[in-house]
Design a protein. Structure first.
Length: 398
């Protein structure tokens, strides 16, 4: 049985206010091609479908269109869980319609699904949080048990964890391990078993030497507390990661959502599940439709040059400018003629030692004093707007 695993789509997510929907559309198109081209039997999407609880309409449209295409009109089961970014009720609202297409959305922990026909396949058995799916492949029937645990935060679980930070951490990890182990034990048949959940997991990675970044304050689950199953489809971390020993995989987000994510390739994963813990896992690299780049230049002039040089280059650009003075409005406008420059980061090295304390001046010449102070500090005359703001602050104009 061949499973396609993706997560953390964050549909509707913006970058510095700029929409990413076009890139997200391209990804979904690509994903459908992969599902068809690889003759995938089941698609798993492990949470954070949307970026915010009330996503924009274009994001919802893309989701509906995308999962319908992935389901191949009900021939291919698509199983979805909610992540910490999703509004569970909103995500599940389409269930009565989507189940006709074989799209199954788990929104809260321990949800029990109805057995029966979904699209062109059947849920032959269901438990609290688990489903046994029967599909037909090459005129033979195959079964898989999927235990789905949507984002198990304290609120969703209806449980709180207390004690010292370490104790809290340990009891959370043990509890999630217990829920997953019990969930898997509910299926007593000798069929492949799959877990999908949206958690922050810690543990060693065998495919490379990198370890997941520690997220301050987040409750994490230790890999050792996870049960042995044929595949664990994880969501939450944006970097693809494979925990070989436990056949646990973070597919990661499909497109770069921050400049820090541009150091590695984005992926989706294919798992060939043969049963008895024999699973072949491989990542498929996703095209980078519009990379996020950061350029650092050493003067305002060089910044303007760079902006011209990058005109028409399809990248999201952060331009960091090392300078001894503030940028003038016309310079900002010049740079922003390149609409791909989404943020200018002026790194101003101020002449702090030159600045005299403002209290040396009296009220009569305070404008003059401000002018002098600003000039010394930023090496340019303050603009009219800046003077106006200053005057408003000292209460001279309304
Ligand atoms: Mn998440």
């Amino acid at each position: 049985m061949r499973v396609l695993h993706s997560s953390d789509w964050h549909l509707g997510k913006k970058l510095e206010g700029y929409s990413r929907i076009k890139e997200q559309e391209k990804f979904i198109e690509n994903l459908v091609k992969i599902a068809d081209g690889e003759s995938v039997d089941i698609v798993l999407i492990a949470g954070d479908i949307y970026d915010v609880p009330s996503p924009p309409v274009e994001a919802e449209k893309l989701f509906f269109k995308g999962v319908k295409a992935l389901s191949n009109n009900g021939k291919r089961p698509v199983v979805i869980i909610s992540g910490n970014h999703d509004n569970p009720e909103k995500l599940g609202a389409s269930n009565p319609l989507s189940s006709e297409y074989g799209i199954i959305v788990f929104t809260t922990p321990f949800e029990k699904k109805e057995t029966g026909r979904y699209g062109n396949f059947e849920i032959t058995k269901s438990t609290r949080g688990g489903i046994e799916i029967e599909i037909e492949k090459n005129s033979e029937k195959e079964k898989v048990y999927i235990y789905a645990l949507p984002y198990p935060g304290e609120k969703a679980l209806g449980e709180t964890f207390s004690g010292t930070q370490d104790e809290e951490q340990i009891s959370y990890s043990k509890r999630i391990g217990e829920i997953l182990t019990n969930g898997i034990l509910e299926c007593q048949r000798e069929i492949p078993k799959v877990i999908m959940t949206h958690i922050f997991m810690t543990g060693s990675i065998c495919s490379d030497n990198e370890r997941p970044i520690e997220l301050g304050g987040s409750l994490a689950v230790n890999l050792n507390d996870m049960p042995e199953v044929d595949y664990i489809a994880l969501g939450h971390i944006h970097k693809p990661m494979v925990y070989k020993d436990k056949r646990a995989v973070y597919s990661g987000s499909p497109i770069e959502y921050r400049v820090s994510e541009n150091r590695y390739k984005k992926k989706v994963f294919i798992a060939d599940i043969k049963g008895s813990l024999n699973t072949e896992i491989r990542g498929i690299e996703i095209d980078n439709y519009k990379p996020i780049k950061k350029y650092i230049v050493s003067s305002v002039e060089e910044g303007i040059e760079k902006s011209k040089e990058l005109l028409g280059v399809d990248e999201w650009i952060y331009l960091e400018i090392n300078t001894h003075r503030a940028l003038k409005n016309n310079e900002v406008r010049e740079i922003k003629k390149n609409s791909n420059i989404i943020e200018i980061i002026p790194n101003i090295k101020l002449n702090d030692d030159l600045a005299e304390p403002l209290e040396n001046y009296n009220e009569e010449n305070i404008d003059l004093a401000f002018n002098g102070f600003y000039k010394k500090k930023y090496n340019i005359e303050p603009s009219k707007e800046i003077i106006k703001i200053f005057q408003r602050l000292v209460g001279e104009v309304e």
